[in-house]
Design a protein around this ligand. Structure first.
Ligand SMILES: C[S@@+](CC[C@H](N)C(=O)[O-])C[C@H]1O[C@@H](n2cnc3c(N)ncnc32)[C@H](O)[C@@H]1O
Length: 225
C-alpha cells in the first residue's frame, strides 16, 4: 500500500518535470515499452478513471448499439461498455504495449482489437457501421485532425453519436508537435466542417484530473453521402 503510494508520487514527480518534452508527450500519446511508457500507462489508470466512467454514462449506450472506441488505453471504458451493449465492441489501439495487454485482459470477451491508425480504417470498417464512438484523451494527438473527423463521419451511421472527452487544462503543457489540438473552438470547427452537429459540455470539479470537456458529435445527413 505505502509502496504503491510512493510509486504513484515518484511517477507523478517525474511526469510533472517532463510532460512538456516531446518524449513524455509521445508516451502519453502512445506508451512504449520503456520507463516513460510505464509511467504514462500507470498514471492514466488513476488520472482518467472519472472521465472514462462519466463519458461512458454520457454516451447513453443502448443494448443494440454497435460501438467503436478510439484509443482504449488500459481498457477501462471497454470494461464498462461490455456491460451495456450486446453487440461486439471495436477497439482501435495503435500502442503495441496497450494492445497486447488489452488482448490478454479481454480474451473471450465480445471485443475486437485493431492496430490501425484511426485516420484510415477503410480496409477494416465499412461506412455507416457504428451507433456510438468514444475517444477519451485522444483528440489532442490526432494530426491532421480533419482527416480523423472525416473518417469518424464515414464510419458512423446517420444520427450516430460520438463523445470526444478532452482534459484541455491537463494537457496544455504537452509538446505542441505531438499534441497539436489544444483549442476547443478549433476542434469544434473541424468536426462541424466534416458534417457533424457539435455540442459541448464542461464538467467542472475541484479535482484537476476530473475536469473535462465533453465534445458531443452527431452525424447528420449531408450531400457527401
Ligand atoms: C492518452 S491515451 C488515452 C487512453 C485512454 N482512452 C484513457 O483515457 O486512459 C491516448 C490513446 O490514444 C491512442 N492513439 C493515439 N493516436 C492514435 C491514432 N492516430 N489512432 C488511434 N489511436 C491513437 C493511444 O494509443 C492511446 O491509447
Amino acid at each position: 500500500m505505502i509502496f504503491n503510494q510512493l510509486k504513484f508520487y515518484f511517477y507523478l514527480f517525474i511526469y510533472s518535470k517532463l510532460k512538456h518534452t516531446k518524449l513524455m508527450t509521445q508516451n502519453m500519446k502512445s506508451p512504449n515499452n520503456g520507463f516513460l511508457g510505464n509511467i504514462a500507462k500507470y498514471l492514466m489508470l488513476s488520472f482518467n478513471k472519472f472521465v472514462i466512467n462519466d463519458s461512458v454514462k454520457k454516451l447513453n449506450i443502448q443494448k443494440n448499439d454497435t460501438i467503436i472506441e478510439i484509443g482504449s488505453g488500459n481498457g477501462q471504458a471497454i470494461d464498462k461498455m461490455l456491460r451495456l451493449t450486446n453487440k461486439k465492441i471495436t477497439s482501435i489501439e495503435v500502442s503495441e504495449k496497450f494492445r497486447s495487454e488489452l488482448i490478454k485482459k479481454f480474451k473471450n470477451k465480445n471485443v475486437t482489437f485493431f492496430s490501425n491508425d484511426a485516420k484510415d480504417l477503410n480496409n477494416i470498417i465499412k461506412k455507416n457501421s457504428f451507433d456510438k464512438l468514444l475517444a477519451v484523451n485522444v483528440v489532442y494527438f490526432l494530426n491532421p485532425i480533419a482527416a480523423y473527423a472525416n473518417e469518424f463521419y464515414r464510419i458512423l451511421k446517420t444520427d450516430g453519436k460520438g463523445l470526444l472527452a478532452c482534459k484541455f487544462d491537463g494537457i496544455k503543457k504537452f509538446n505542441d508537435s505531438t499534441a497539436p489540438n489544444k483549442n476547443l473552438n478549433d476542434i469544434i470547427k473541424v468536426f462541424e466542417h466534416a458534417g457533424f452537429k457539435v455540442n459541448t459540455e464542461f464538467v467542472d470539479s475541484n479535482n484537476e484530473q476530473e475536469k473535462y470537456h465533453a465534445i458531443f458529435i452527431r452525424k447528420v445527413q449531408n450531400d457527401k453521402q
